[in-house]
Design a protein around this ligand. Structure first.
Ligand code: NCD
Ligand code: ZN
Length: 348
């Protein structure tokens, strides 16, 4: 087993950076490790227009540490009022790389999302014409659907019909969590990929609920049974170009997580790459790590891999800080529950 891996600098194809003080607190942790990120638009109010995306991108650039070349790519939040011309303009001008579909009510700040896909059909058709990808939060929101079945039901009720109606639309099934999701991507010959988070490669629902409820492991989509986690690991380490890393690092202050109705989202940016390396090492597939974290996503989005490289080194176990400060509050860092040995070498 090697103890030093030289990789094209990884990209994070699904990231929540928030805004204001929270962005200041979390951004350096992504910028120190990743070359590019696709930034999610679920701010309050959401990032809906090219102008919103440009302004948000400027705030991110202004908050970046000076010594990084981290490049944020932006997404637009799809609503039933989204104008196809606005989306095409945002794409053509480079203001947004993709559009994000949140089924209304599916997750944090998704209430302005989509209830009826027919209402956004003209937008999706225009996106198919211009080759702009749609990133989908793939969970059914119907109250009759069990939370552990939401992804599988979404695929059947929404994604399959959507693929039939707009077959040329390029789709990313975000943060896939089930065997059903993996199978659906594998069985779809074109225009479909999936992001996988580092934490879903580690967690099953026992980790969340057995022996006590662990709010710091609660996220959307919720972790599933062990057999689903194993399917995600298999997809990630397979080298299949349709699967790539999107951390879904989604920071919330502890005060919002540790509450009778705690919110969903894990802050994983400081450890996501180290966790992926541990998973690939355990699967004896370290040579395929670069494809998953650095190559496949860029290829899907039509970009060259990062020009620069990082070294991941294996050494003594290290621990990230348990939490980082954010104003008066703090944000807990994801703890995978095992010691981390791989880390990004600082001066690579
Ligand atoms: C995300 C958030 O907090 O913005 N939460 C999460 O649990 N992943 C939203 C999302 O991606 O679902
Ligand atoms: Zn997310």
């Amino acid at each position: 087993m090697p103890d030093r891996l030289l990789l094209r600098r990884p990209d994070d194809w699904h990231l929540h950076l928030r805004d204001g003080a929270m962005m200041q607190a979390v951004l350096p942790h992504s910028a120190a490790r990743f070359g590019r990120a696709l930034v999610m638009p679920n701010l309050v109010p959401p990032v809906r227009t090219a102008a919103d995306a440009r302004a948000y991108r400027q705030r991110i650039l202004a908050a970046l540490p000076h010594d990084t070349r981290f490049a944020p790519f932006m997404t637009l939040y799809l609503t039933e009022d989204t104008d196809p011309d606005e989306v095409a303009l945002a794409h053509a001008s480079g203001a947004a790389l993709a559009v994000k579909l949140y089924p209304a009510g599916a997750t944090t700040n998704s209430h302005a999302g989509v209830r009826d896909l027919d209402a956004v059909r003209p937008v999706l058709e225009r996106m198919a014409e211009i080759g702009m990808p749609l990133c989908i939060h793939g969970e059914a929101t119907d109250p009759d659907v069990d939370i552990f079945d939401r992804e599988a039901v979404f695929i059947d009720r929404v994604l399959r019909p959507l693929r039939r109606r707009v077959p040329d639309l390029r789709i990313v099934l975000e943060h896939v969590t089930t065997q059903d999701g993996v199978d659906f991507v594998r069985d779809t010959p074109r225009h479909l990929a999936a992001t996988i988070t580092a934490h879903h490669l580690v967690l099953n629902r026992n980790a969340l609920l057995a022996g006590g409820i662990r709010p710091h492991l609660y996220c959307n989509p919720v972790a599933k049974r062990e057999r689903h986690r194993l399917a995600l690991v298999e997809a990630a380490v397979s080298g299949d170009r349709r699967f790539f890393l999107g951390t879904d690092s989604a920071p919330h202050p502890d005060s919002a997580k540790l509450s009778p109705c705690g919110c969903a989202g894990l802050f994983t940016a400081p450890v996501a790459l180290s966790v992926c390396a541990a998973i690939f090492e355990a699967a004896r597939q370290l040579p395929r790590l670069e494809a998953f974290v650095s190559l496949n996503g860029a290829a899907f989005y039509g970009m060259a891999p990062s020009a620069d490289r990082i070294a991941l080194v294996r050494g003594e176990a290290w621990s990230p800080p348990a939490a980082i400060p954010c104003g008066e509050d703090r944000v807990t860092v994801f703890d995978p529950g095992f010691p981390l040995h791989w880390r990004v070498e600082e001066s690579a």
